[in-house]
Ligand binder design. Structure first.
Ligand code: PLP
Ligand code: SF4
Length: 368
């Protein structure tokens, strides 16, 4: 057995197993784990400094998960946008392909909390084959996001098979992997795994750091291996109450990510997910965080702040009000709040769309 498999096997899955070390009363939490699974491996557990710190809150169940909330069961309407099980085709040219129902940790805030690690998410060879068939049949899809659960929890051979099949589809230009493994079980990024991934370039990997304390020597080494293999790394952070809802913490996180060659990609407003209400912040707080980043630190470390629209509308970017007015004169506010003016240029009258398209293809030579 490999080291990472041993670490995973030693995971705590019952609140009672935390009592000896942390002295907490596990009873109220047992009701929570009946509904939503718990899995915390010794590596992630070792990052906890105190009960209820930002690491603890991401990993250890809370009674608050049982509170009634306004949130629907499938807030992003992923089910309605699934032409085949475990594949979401929401955008014209890309698809989300769920290939594993398990995770190295069950994050308390997870968007797919009702599905991952339970019986309601069935992933097997047949569902993966059906997903591959769908992708083969849809030539408009040029970007596939392989996710889960956590796809890097699959055995190397299984992952090799899925990536090989995807790479054999001519219209798929890029493969993206969405994985929290570099954060929660970085030991999984073995040289064997790297050898698999290298074969199917171009591959991008988006990971999911939420707090600067998650950036350790071990996670930095995992990211270095991936980056050295030529895999561009991005990060998606969820903005969460009591975890990273502080501009200073978020700025430190973004800076530390850049230092381990991970480019901040998105900050998500927390989704409306049942059992996660206690993590939600106001949108105003998210805007303040972006305001505290832009101009105040490397632009490379300023991700897009987005709300994944309930009802399946997709990700919608939210910006502070830098653009104050737009007309003959553009009135702008900079990162320090000072006002600037830019003399606008009159818009060209666009040609009729159909003719423009034909022209672009060169169908009407000399038509101008
Ligand atoms: C986020 C997401 C994507 C990818 O969106 P990008 O903005 O291209 O990163 C694709 N499909 C679904 C269903 C998604 O939720
Ligand atoms: S690793 Fe990702 S999919 Fe799995 S529980 Fe955490 S947030 Fe959810």
């Amino acid at each position: 057995m490999e080291t990472w498999q041993k670490i995973l096997q030693a995971s705590i899955t019952k609140p009672g197993d935390l009592t000896r070390k942390y002295g907490i009363d596990p009873r109220p939490l047992e009701e929570v784990t009946e509904q939503y699974p718990m899995r915390v491996n010794p590596y992630y557990l070792s990052l906890i400094k105190d009960v209820d710190d930002p690491i603890w809150r991401q990993a250890v169940p809370s009674e608050k998960e049982l509170h009634a909330s306004v949130c629907p069961a499938d807030p992003l309407e992923e089910e309605n946008q699934s032409p085949v099980p475990n594949l979401v085709h929401r955008y014209p040219d890309r698809a989300l392909f769920l290939v594993c129902s398990e995770c190295a940790m069950y994050c308390r805030f997870c968007t797919r909390k009702r599905k991952v690690g339970g019986e309601s998410m069935l992933v097997n060879r047949e569902t993966i084959e059906r997903g591959l068939d769908y992708l083969r049949a849809h030539a408009e899809i040029r970007d596939v996001i392989v996710s889960g659960g956590d796809p890097l929890l699959l055995a190397d051979e299984k992952l090799d098979w899925i990536l090989r099949e995807l790479r054999a589809i001519p219209h798929i230009e890029i493969i993206r992997i969405g994985s929290r493994i570099p954060v929660v079980l970085p030991q999984r990024i073995t040289m064997g795994l790297i050898r698999v991934l290298r074969k199917y370039q171009p591959i991008y990997l988006n990971t999911h750091f939420n707090h600067p304390d998650e950036i350790t020597e071990t996670s930095a080494k995992a990211c270095a291996r991936l980056a050295d293999a030529g895999i561009p790394l991005g990060n998606q952070t969820v903005l969460m109450r009591g975890i990273n809802d502080d501009p200073a913490v978020m700025k430190r996180l973004m800076q530390k990510l850049l230092a381990i060659r991970v480019r901040p990609y998105y900050i998500y407003q927390a989704d409306m997910v049942q059992g996660t209400d206690h993590f939600r912040t106001s949108v105003e707080e998210g805007i303040e965080i972006i305001r505290a980043l832009r101009g105040h630190t490397s632009g490379l470390g300023v991700p897009a702040y987005v709300i994944d629209a309930p009802g399946g509308g997709g990700k919608i970017p939210i910006l502070p009000d830098y653009l104050q007015s737009l007309g003959e004169e553009v009135v702008l506010k900079n990162y320090l709040g000072d006002t600037f003016r830019y003399a606008n240029v009159k818009q060209e009258v666009p040609a009729e769309p159909s003719r423009r398209a034909a022209n672009a293809k060169g169908d009407i030579p000399g038509d101008c």
